[in-house]
Design a protein around this ligand. Structure first.
Ligand code: THU
Length: 163
């Protein structure tokens, strides 16, 4: 038996103003996208903004449904929009933020498990890490070097093929 452990590197910024300008701009785009959320059930409005390798920025917001599982998270809306508009172009960064029912939020949001799995697929597909810029309407911002840092031991197509 060998005991081991994993460490996840990430950066903590005091607030949006402490970020690199490009990251701050992406997080602002995510913030704007919260206004387009359709969240009548949770009243939790999430915005995601994506930067592509070609420099384009696209955004998405959560889109809920009376049949709850049919709802989509902001990250997957943004990723699908990017993939549809710019097929084959790698995603380099994704910024995420939210506004809660009280119009506030001071703790960085973290992608749900399904979105982590989806992000892992995009990283694998393009062979490129997706930086995550995770914020709230105010307060600290967490930056991760790659989405799969939040999904260690991710399931991938590697296991499905023989090597
Ligand atoms: N949500 C997102 O859009 N992204 C996440 O990473 C977490 C959750 C949405 C789904 C649902 O519309 C609402 O937030 C409450 O779960």
């Amino acid at each position: 038996m060998k005991q081991t452990s994993l460490q996840i590197p990430f950066q903590i910024f005091k607030d949006i103003h402490s970020l690199d300008p490009a990251d701050a701009q992406l997080l602002e785009s995510a913030k704007s996208a919260t206004r387009d959320a359709y969240a009548p059930y949770s009243k939790f409005k999430v915005g995601a903004a994506i930067r592509l390798l070609n420099g384009h920025i696209l955004s998405g917001s959560n889109q809920e449904n009376a049949s709850f599982p049919a709802g989509l998270c902001a990250e997957r809306v943004a990723l699908s929009a990017a993939s549809a508009a710019f097929p084959g172009i790698a995603v380099t960064d994704l910024a995420l933020t939210y506004v809660n029912e009280s119009g506030d939020g001071n703790r960085p949001i973290s992608p749900c498990g399904i979105c982590r799995q989806t992000l892992a697929e995009y990283e694998q597909r393009f062979g490129m890490p997706i930086r995550l810029i995770l914020g709230a309407i105010r307060g600290e911002v967490f930056v991760f070097n790659r989405a799969t840092d939040l999904l260690p031991f991710a399931f991938s197509s590697w296991e499905m093929t023989s090597h």
